[in-house]
Design a protein around this ligand. Structure first.
Ligand SMILES: *[C@@H]1O[C@H](CO)[C@@H](O)[C@H](O)[C@H]1NC(C)=O
Ligand SMILES: *[C@@H]1O[C@H](CO)[C@@H](O)[C@H](O)[C@H]1NC(C)=O
Ligand SMILES: *[C@@H]1O[C@H](CO)[C@@H](O)[C@H](O)[C@H]1NC(C)=O
Ligand SMILES: *[C@@H]1O[C@H](CO)[C@@H](O)[C@H](O)[C@H]1NC(C)=O
Ligand SMILES: *[C@@H]1O[C@H](CO)[C@@H](O)[C@H](O)[C@H]1NC(C)=O
Ligand SMILES: *[C@@H]1O[C@H](CO)[C@@H](O)[C@H](O)[C@H]1NC(C)=O
Ligand SMILES: *[C@@H]1O[C@H](CO)[C@@H](O)[C@H](O)[C@H]1NC(C)=O
Ligand SMILES: *[C@@H]1O[C@H](CO)[C@@H](O)[C@H](O)[C@H]1NC(C)=O
Length: 431
């Protein structure tokens, strides 16, 4: 009894001291972090410190996973402004501004002063988020600054991808240029607000892969995201915010979602404890048809068919000769001309990824019947569908002009109603 009491106390001391010795997660304005020192989050999940990527000798301030033998960096402060020696020094000013300086003088990276800071501290959280907050206030909604708002190439569980419309913050993810250089490459990932919002992977200014609309359950173009054992995700779209957020289904599984410039991929990886490696769970784009605009306008990309590109029902190749020699760039045109004044109809195609939403229009409250009527009455409207498929369907999305980037799925896709000449509209379920 007595033995175990003393033993227990000794353990407590050990735990207390080992924790005190390793888990310093906060600095205040009187303190600083120099090259060689680190902050470790409270439960030990993440480390903040100086590092050199790959074979580079440059020094960067960054955050990486703790207790993973291959250093895996998830955030970089001075990604475009490397430090060439070991004089890097991180401080938080009493104004709440974070400053990273070299040789005691030159700032290579800093944040903006935050209004009304009194006793700010800088803290590394177990989520991997580096935050500036009032010393006495740890509520997330009152953070004065957070690295999650200024991401680099890695999405961690709990990070928002997308917009805060109140502050104008666009949390867009930018790949590292290469393994040795964390400065931005041209592969980026974020929310496109044009039309109805969706997730976009861009290569430079060109769309490279699209998620499709959020249909209430998931993205119409990403059925493989829906039910998987690894992660869950949600999409929030209201007057204040438009973002996608991931969370891990199993808190003890380390998860990261990273842009890979050399592969032009968004890779979802989990840490394999047994084999001590990152295992790629899903890569985007996931197949041939997942890459933007494979088949040109008004065509359906179906990776289970040959040829992969098929004109939509009621359409024919714009340039038949090129089409038959696998040049799909011209896409397809209506095989029977429309006659808007006399009345057109709609053909339903099932289980597709919704077209590029750039030229779309949305009403969240209209039902499908109202949606059809609105589309029919507007000669430039070429397709419509429900915005939300849950609970019998609600909301209305309409597309103007060409329909781009439609992809045939095997399951969990969306229904799309496509405008055709009245004489072709045999399967119009809503006339
Ligand atoms: C290192 O960077 C500093 C400015 O940050 C510059 O003044 C100095 O010349 C650089 N040294 C070398 C060896 O490039
Ligand atoms: C940096 O500046 C601080 C005070 O401003 C001073 O105490 C320290 O000696 C300086 N360090 C170097 C390396 O110049
Ligand atoms: C600081 O403020 C300027 C001007 O408002 C803004 O352009 C810049 O992005 C801000 N920087 C950071 C790191 O928030
Ligand atoms: C969570 O992951 C850990 C480590 O891989 C595993 O041992 C555990 O069984 C998982 N728990 C659940 C509920 O799947
Ligand atoms: C990019 O992907 C390739 C292939 O999956 C992988 O070998 C490489 O390590 C990845 N690069 C980075 C920086 O993660
Ligand atoms: C670890 O790697 C071995 C050999 O590649 C493989 O057979 C095994 O399934 C892996 N373990 C896990 C947990 O993935
Ligand atoms: C959306 O549709 C509803 C119901 O038809 C209508 O009352 C509302 O004005 C529409 N909103 C817009 C922005 O068109
Ligand atoms: C048809 O839709 C387009 C695009 O939304 C819009 O600019 C135009 O005003 C609409 N026309 C009518 C008559 O509603």
């Amino acid at each position: 009894m007595e033995m175990s009491f003393y033993f227990c106390c000794a353990c407590c001391f050990l735990i207390f001291f080992s924790k005190a010795a390793t888990a310093i997660d906060t600095i205040s304005p009187s303190e600083s972090l120099t090259d060689g020192m680190t902050l470790v989050s409270n439960e030990g999940a993440f480390v903040l410190g100086f590092f050199s990527p790959g074979s580079s000798k440059n020094r960067y301030l960054g955050i990486w996973f703790n207790n993973i033998p291959m250093q895996t960096v998830v955030w970089v402060a001075n990604r475009i402004n490397p430090i060439n020696d070991s004089t890097g020094l991180l401080q938080i000013e009493s104004s709440g501004r974070i400053v990273l300086q070299v040789q005691n003088t030159t700032a290579v990276w800093s944040t903006n002063t935050t209004a009304g800071a009194q006793n700010p501290v800088l803290q590394l959280l177990d989520s991997g988020n580096l935050v500036v907050r009032e010393g006495s206030d740890s509520s997330p909604e009152n953070y004065l600054w957070q690295s999650f708002d200024y991401p680099t190439d890695t999405i961690l569980p709990g990070m928002k991808v997308g917009f805060d419309l109140r502050t104008g913050i666009d949390r867009r993810f930018l790949a590292w240029k290469n393994w040795d250089d964390p400065s931005p490459g041209d592969l980026t990932y974020g929310v496109d607000l044009e039309g109805s919002p969706e997730m976009v992977l861009w290569k430079g200014s060109e769309k490279y892969s699209l998620s499709g609309l959020w249909d209430g359950n998931g993205f119409s173009g990403a059925p493989y995201y829906r039910s998987n054992p690894i992660f869950e995700y949600d999409f929030v779209w209201n007057e204040n915010e438009v973002y996608c957020i991931f969370s891990s289904r199993n808190q003890s599984v380390k998860l990261r979602n990273v842009l890979n410039q050399t592969q032009s991929q968004l890779q979802i990886c989990t840490w394999n404890q047994e084999n001590q490696t990152w295992q790629q769970f899903i890569d985007l784009p996931i197949d041939y048809c997942d890459t933007y605009g494979r088949c040109g306008p008004n065509a359906n990309c179906d990776s289970n068919k040959l040829p992969t590109c098929q004109c939509l029902t009621g359409f024919k190749p714009k340039w038949p000769q090129k089409w038959s020699s696998s040049d799909y760039s011209g896409g397809c045109v209506h095989s029977k001309p429309l006659n808007c004044q006399q009345g057109d109809g709609f053909i339903r195609i099932a289980n597709v990824n919704t077209p590029d939403t750039t030229n779309s229009w949305v009403n969240k409250t209209m039902n499908l019947k109202e949606c059809r009527a609105r589309c029919l009455g507007n000669c430039s409207c070429m397709a419509y569908t429900n915005l939300d498929v849950t609970g019998g369907g609600s909301g209305c999305v309409m597309w103007n002009g060409d329909l781009n980037n439609i992809k045939q799925l095997q399951m969990d896709g969306q229904d799309l109603y496509i405008r055709v000449s009245a004489s072709q509209a045999g399967t119009d379920l809503h006339s």
